[in-house]
Design a protein around this ligand. Structure first.
Ligand code: GUN
Length: 290
């Protein structure tokens, strides 16, 4: 029987754990953790994500602040905002929602976030910490995937893992986390040759390539663990909304082969926000515990 990994339920458990710890902190007379989310421009998807992040913070007792800046913001103005947040004693976590407009150098902005407040784990110091296995901040989506595997009692050590996708946000940190957990890791991407063959060797497959239903069930090894990070909207005239969300994996055919699989929606998606709350609490405890 294929086991469906319920990301929504695992995420709810983690959010409740964070909320309980925040409450204890407040009851002990300490300041609540605070998260600032910087949103530039009018990107609809980003607006939805930011509003979900804000709501989740409020529910967990985390102070949240949204900084909205126009699409036309200059690099200097944006860096000034980041520096103000670095110095703000109410704020322990800073998240600059990506993507940023094309005239802004994204990495340069991330480089200016205080690494102690870098709850997204995108600052080079934290990227380096992950590579060196030094405790720091790990990007929320791959951290969420690890947490799902752990809480589903899935063994990683010695397994062949294949990460499909090499982004800084998901693919690369995911591969590093699996390596640190003693898997034998392959990173594959759109230019990889013999992809079906590579996928066929994977005991653990993490798909983060951003292409709807790209991975076919017939490629997947019998009994594999399939983690689908993709969230793609495709036209569907049969749905009331006219569209539906699918992952990077063809779900039905993959579920027939896999021992464990994450659905879309309700799989990895909800884990990202849970890990953001967890990272914000960690920032407060690790660096600002007064
Ligand atoms: N855009 C898409 N995913 C993310 C994320 O995890 N963090 C930020 N800051 N922006 C994103």
């Amino acid at each position: 029987m294929t086991k469906i990994i319920d990301g929504k339920a695992i995420s709810a458990t983690i959010k409740a754990e964070v909320a309980a710890e925040v409450q204890q902190m407040i009851e002990a007379g300490k300041q609540a953790p605070g998260l600032a989310v910087v949103l530039v421009g009018e990107n609809k998807a980003s607006q939805v994500y930011v509003s979900m992040k804000k709501k989740a913070c409020e529910k967990a007792g985390i102070y949240s602040r949204e900084i909205q800046l126009p699409e036309t913001v200059t690099m200097n103005e944006l860096l000034t905002e980041v520096k103000k947040l670095n110095d703000d004693s109410q704020i322990h976590g800073i998240l600059v929602q990506l993507p940023l407009p094309s005239h802004i150098d994204e990495q340069e902005v991330l480089n200016h976030i205080d690494p102690r407040k870098d709850v997204d784990g995108f600052h080079p110091i934290n990227v380096g910490n992950l590579s060196l296995k030094i405790d720091g901040f790990v990007p929320c989506t791959p951290l969420g995937v690890m947490e799902m595997l752990k809480r589903s009692n899935i063994e990683i050590q010695g397994k062949n893992a294949l990460v499909l996708g090499r982004s800084n946000i998901v693919g690369k940190p995911m591969a590093m986390l699996l390596t640190n957990a003693h898997a034998t890791v392959t990173i594959a991407h759109s230019k990889t040759r013999d992809l079906a063959e590579q996928i066929g060797r994977a005991d653990i497959l993490v798909a983060a390539i951003g292409r709807p239903e790209f991975v076919k069930g017939e490629w997947i090894k019998e009994g594999a663990v399939v983690v689908d990070v993709g969230i793609n909207s495709i036209d569907d005239p049969n749905s009331a909304k006219g569209y539906r969300l699918v992952g990077d994996v063809e779900y039905e055919s993959a579920a027939a082969k896999a021992a464990h699989i994450t659905p879309v929606p309700g799989g990895v998606g909800p884990m990202t926000i849970a890990m953001l709350l967890s990272n914000t609490l960690k920032a407060k405890k690790k660096y600002y515990n007064s």
